[in-house]
Design a protein around this ligand. Structure first.
Ligand SMILES: C[S@@+](CC[C@H](N)C(=O)[O-])C[C@H]1O[C@@H](n2cnc3c(N)ncnc32)[C@H](O)[C@@H]1O
Length: 299
């Protein structure tokens, strides 16, 4: 009885922190559901987060027998928005506040029902606006889809004091790249963004060859281990010292559980790739916001 009570108290305390997941042993997307995989998490203390060895088990237990992820399960692992910059009260401006007022797509789908289709939960959208608003320098985005995240960041750049920041958005699908351009134009922020249709890895290599530098990089493209790892490996050459980078779907259940048809084509490998590629020596993990992990490159 006493132990159960202690267990409940510990659980309550831990859920106040963000959860970050880390695996032990090499990544193998073909055996992601194996028992070995289920025990891959290690504990690690972080200023703003805990990595818990039982989180993967919780994920597995909370999915249905057919391993379908429910909206309710996903929702449990979405963390709240907290500011990174100590420069404003609650909201930066009216647009930032309006993002906080957005409703979700449906009770079972935590993504926001926004003016442009996309895959952001509310805390992601609020954090993107903040990071773009206070970003020093240009922004690089990998994976635009229809331009929801791109337009939020472009709007922040327009509203910010620095005034001359721009975004390069990279999107592999020609149709999606066109959607993004059209939606940016509708939002009157097309002048802030250049949309490049191409593979993230190739475009990053070209940007590195051109000595392009960014103050903020938002990675939200393929979500596979390999593609995320390759993107991460290019970040030191693209991000200014002290710059920020953010990885979407870092804490999404699809990184850890066999999933419904929406995600079933592959397991995400986002946290595994990020934790493999970014060294503690060079990058500091600042926290998890919504489903995204925010890092800062050390000077
Ligand atoms: C999750 S969506 C991006 C969502 C968007 N950031 C938003 O907030 O609405 C991922 C996008 O990345 C694109 N993508 C996938 N692999 C890519 C790659 N290797 N290079 C560039 N874009 C890629 C997909 O076509 C898709 O539109």
């Amino acid at each position: 009885m006493f132990m159960e009570e202690i267990g409940r108290m510990v659980n309550t305390v831990l859920t106040q922190f963000n959860l970050i997941l880390i695996r032990k042993g090499p990544w193998d997307s073909s055996n992601a559901m194996s028992a070995e995989y289920n025990s891959f998490l290690a504990m690690r203390r972080h200023r703003d987060a805990w990595i818990l060895k039982n989180v993967i088990c919780k994920y597995v237990n909370e999915t249905n027998e057919d391993k379908t992820i429910t909206g309710a399960t996903l929702q449990k692992y979405i963390t709240t928005y907290r500011p990174t910059f100590d420069l404003f009260d609650q909201y930066i401006d009216e647009y930032h506040r309006r993002l906080a007022d957005m409703s979700r797509v449906s009770p079972g789908d935590p993504n926001v029902a926004a003016h442009i289709p996309g895959y952001l939960v509310k805390a992601d959208a609020l954090k993107l606006y903040e990071m773009a608003y206070y970003c020093e320098g240009d922004i690089l985005e990998l994976g635009c889809y229809a331009g929801l995240s791109t337009s939020i960041m472009a709007t922040a750049l327009s509203a910010s004091k620095s005034k001359n920041g721009r975004i390069i958005g990279v999107e592999i699908s020609p149709a999606r790249a066109e959607d993004t351009k059209r939606n940016l134009a509708k939002m009157n922020v097309a002048g802030r963004a250049e949309v490049i249709c191409g593979d993230a890895q190739e475009v990053c290599d070209n940007l590195i060859a051109a000595n392009a530098k960014f103050g903020f990089i938002f990675v939200d493209h393929s979500h596979s281990y390999e593609h995320t790892y390759e993107a991460c490996k290019r970040i030191p050459a693209l991000l200014v010292p002290g710059g920020y980078c953010m990885f979407h779907d870092f804490s999404h259940v699809a990184n850890f559980v066999a999933t419904d048809p929406e995600y079933g084509f592959h397991f995400f490998g986002v946290p595994h790739a990020v934790l493999d590629a970014l060294t503690d020596e060079d990058f500091e993990l600042l926290g998890i916001y919504g489903l995204a992990a925010l890092y800062r490159r050390r000077s």
